[in-house]
Design a protein around this ligand. Sequence first.
Ligand code: C5J
Length: 220
Amino acid sequence: MKIDAQPFDFPFDPQTIGLVVIDMQRDFCEPGGFGETLGNDVSLLRQIIPTTARLIDAFRTAGRPVIHTRECHRPDLSDLPSAKRDRGAPTLRIGDPGPMGRILIAGEDGADIIPELYPLPGETVIDKPGKGAFYATPFGEVLQRMGLKQLVFAGVTTEVCVQTTMREANDRGYDCLLATDATESYFPAFKQAAIEMITAQGAIVGWATPTDKIVQALNA
Ligand code: C5J
């Protein structure tokens, strides 16, 4: 079976496909969190919540794995490079106390996944200190243990953690498909550019298609 996608059909395999939902955390999607401290308008990201919920639901209904990631750091900051903490001039830095707890720290309310897309008991949640989900996490082993060969990507932000993780997965041999209306950026032009970068040169990083087409394939 195939899914109509850019730049050409995605070779859908219902037995080896899984969904990776990147960093749909309160710190990125709600006021007062990490995203806003960097000067971003978080309302843009919230627009994809219903579509992402539909995509997650379709994977659950089809009995296929849903893996969630959270960008966050240990409370003692031992996995936070000073280059990351000290860069730029955010209103609050990672680890500082904010309205949803310490910014981007594991276990704090802000670092958790938004209630609308909360993982079901038993679903895998990967805490990652970097932008890519493979760096310093068990993500790679988890994918292998699940027998996955194809990954659908959703979440935020398209050109940072989503694209980084897609590139890492592509290098490890996974067929990667981006759900274009279940991913968002604080910068619409960057989202568009990321989609073009991913699909250019004969799907050099992967494929891209709207959620409806993925859901139709899962339901077929
Ligand atoms: C960022 C992410 N943008 N999840 N993180 O810092 O994309």
